[in-house]
Design a protein around this ligand. Structure first.
Ligand code: AMP
Length: 115
């Protein structure tokens, strides 16, 4: 989508600190981190939020969740633990309408809920 900020990062039209990338997903550090490690894991396909996932996305989501472990290792938080969060819609406070997983860690997260 031409006006989607995450599509612009995927298309390298705007910069980001890219941590991992393959044919299906990209991971980059959040511009306003809410923990010592705060990385976003984003499918390259423009899917607005969790409600738009279809059966055909099952391989993509499985891939992303498994890669989240790898990305956690890259960020050095696999051993200490991490949280994965997907905000969906208005009450969640979702700001960017391109589905993404927040990967948070690097310190005790307590009740931090990524909003
Ligand atoms: P959400 O509120 O779940 O939609 O999360 C959107 C996240 O995207 C927020 O944590 C923002 O800080 C982050 N964000 C917005 N623009 C950028 C950007 N250009 N680069 C990296 N992260 C961004």
């Amino acid at each position: 989508m031409s006006d989607c900020i995450f599509c612009k990062i995927i298309n390298k039209e705007i910069p980001a600190n890219i941590v991992y990338e393959d044919e299906l997903i990209i991971a980059f550090d959040d511009i306003a981190p809410q923990a010592k490690v705060h990385t976003l894991i984003v499918p390259k396909e423009h899917i607005p939020n969790n409600l738009y996932l279809e059966g055909r996305h099952k391989p993509l989501i499985g891939h992303l969740i498994l890669k989240a472990n790898e990305i956690a290792k890259i960020k050095g938080i696999a051993e200490t633990g991490f949280r994965l969060i997907v905000n969906t819609g208005k009450d969640s406070g979702q700001e960017v309408p391109h589905i993404h997983w927040h990967l948070l860690g690097g310190e005790p997260l307590g009740r931090l809920i990524c909003k």
